[in-house]
Ligand binder design. Structure first.
Ligand code: EPZ
Length: 428
């Protein structure tokens, strides 16, 4: 007799139609804290990271650091990490396959130990997720790379700085830039990365490494220079706010025609989104207290193309698609980073949207409203898009498999409930 253990799956239930009102606080950035946690491997001294969001992906990275022999503890938003006793240089498939970002332990393991064995992350629903740019950049630093049974086996007698071009067919790579930076900080000589990613999370990582004693400049521009040093010390650091969570909360206010104050967000990280929303008729005001988002009037359709920072972020594509689905007129979204990142289209159409997929384009004919329905989350940002649709829908929406959402949003339903949303978590 076989006993099948069903992992309990949670869903979010939403009774839509409530204009959100009130104040909400943005958490620390997931895509900043993950590589910064990996960077703590570069020193045998203690590091303390604050403003850390309580997310499943952070817990996964804690487990990976512990599996390598490091001490890692998250308590009340503060991470204490000490990699003094790291003896194991293998990041195993079980953990890496659950979270692609764990591939960024490759750079720091090489930087400090000159060897690493890291499982290839594999693909996910949003795309193939290759790592060729990571490997190209690491090889440029004098590392021998071998692929054995799904693992990257990397060794080096000594890491030497080098100038390199790191752009790919889809533009710059966030985590490849991070991996190469973390391998280069202890290399001999200077490394120059052309076509480096400019995302704020890359800047945060470089600023943290500099606090550890690294010599990095140009972060935030397409050309980053790293002067290798002999040793890195421990550091204390506070993570930047999560611009994607902030963008998601801005859209939650807009799609419900609400009046919300978003504290802790940095308007300078949200230029492309705020510019597009202004074209639609959504005003995002930068006040002393935070970003004020008040939307009353009829909105206008716009076209969106996702591109590397500072252009429109692919991680906001599903969320803005929900808003455009109930904005009368025709809008077109072109996904240039992950051309298959459209798992949310079929689910939004189940809620009454009229979206047609044509290759990397989604053609949206805006309707008057969504109708609540049971829908299935497929990935982190698609889940957020479905929650936004549910907030605006007539009737009840059940967003199933929200373990996807829990990877990257800290208690989103609690924050939305505090803004007046009728939303709660239920066991499937
Ligand atoms: C980071 O992933 C983010 N994740 C992603 O956020 C985000 O969508 C992505 O950057 C783009 O902004 C983290 O920071 C943990 P990339 P990353 O390398 O670094 C291609 C979320 O929802 N590419 O910048 O893995 C790649 O296929 C997640 O929080 C190569 O071709 O993405 C894509 O088309 C989802 N070869 C483009 O580059 C490579 O070696 C950008 O990918 C690497 C990437």
């Amino acid at each position: 007799m076989t006993i099948i253990f069903m992992i309990p799956l949670d869903k979010l239930v939403i009774e839509g139609g409530v204009p959100l009102k009130g104040t909400v606080m943005v958490s620390g950035a997931k895509n900043s804290v993950l590589p910064i946690m990996a960077a703590c491997l570069l020193t045998e001294s203690a590091c303390k990271i604050s403003n850390v969001p309580d997310l499943k992906d952070v817990i996964t990275m804690v487990k990976i650091l512990r599996s390598l022999g490091a001490h890692a503890e998250l308590e009340d938003g503060v991470l204490s990490i000490n990699a003094k006793n790291v003896r194991n240089h293998t990041a195993d498939y079980k953990l890496v396959s659950t979270m692609r970002a764990s591939f960024c332990v490759l750079g720091p393991l090489l930087g400090r130990f000159k060897k690493a064995k890291v499982s290839l992350p594999g693909g996910c629903v949003i795309g193939a997720r290759p790592v060729d740019l990571h490997l190209k950049g690491i090889k440029n630093l004098g590392v021998d790379i071998d692929i054995q049974a799904g693992y990257v086996v990397a060794t080096s007698r000594r890491l030497r700085g080098k100038s390199m071009f790191l752009g790919g067919d889809y533009g710059s790579s966030v985590l490849a830039t991070g991996n190469v930076m973390m391998a280069a900080v202890l290399a001999e000589g200077k490394t120059i990365i052309e076509s480096a990613a400019c995302e704020p999370e890359v800047v945060d990582l470089a600023d943290f490494l500099n606090k550890m004693g690294a010599k990095i400049k140009g972060q935030g521009t397409p050309c980053i220079e790293i002067e290798g040093v002999k040793h890195l010390r421990g550091a204390e650091y506070s993570i930047i706010p999560d611009r994607i969570e902030a963008g998601t909360l801005i859209l939650a206010s807009a799609i419900t025609r609400g009046d919300v104050l978003i504290k802790g967000a940095l308007k300078s990280h949200l230029g492309a989104l705020i510019d597009k929303l202004a074209q639609m008729g959504v005003k995002v005001k930068d006040t002393e207290a935070g970003l004020k988002v008040k939307t009353e009037n009829k909105l206008k359709p716009v076209n969106i193309t996702t591109l590397p920072y500072p252009c429109f972020p692919t991680d906001m594509q599903a969320q803005i698609m929900s808003l455009l689905s109930v904005t009368q007129g025709v809008s077109v979204i072109t996904e240039k980073i992950y051309p298959d990142r459209f798992m949310h289209v079929a689910e939004l159409n189940r809620m009454g949207a009229n979206i047609m997929r044509e290759g990397p384009h989604a053609i949206i004919e805006g309707k008057k409203f969504f109708s609540g329905a049971p829908v299935m989350a497929s990935d982190l940002r698609a889940s957020a898009g479905l929650v936004l649709a549910g907030l605006a829908a007539k009737g009840r929406t059940d967003v199933r498999r929200i373990y996807h959402l829990d990877r990257g949003y800290e208690k989103l339903e609690v924050k939305l409930k505090l803004l007046g949303a009728r939303i709660w978590r239920e066991r499937e």
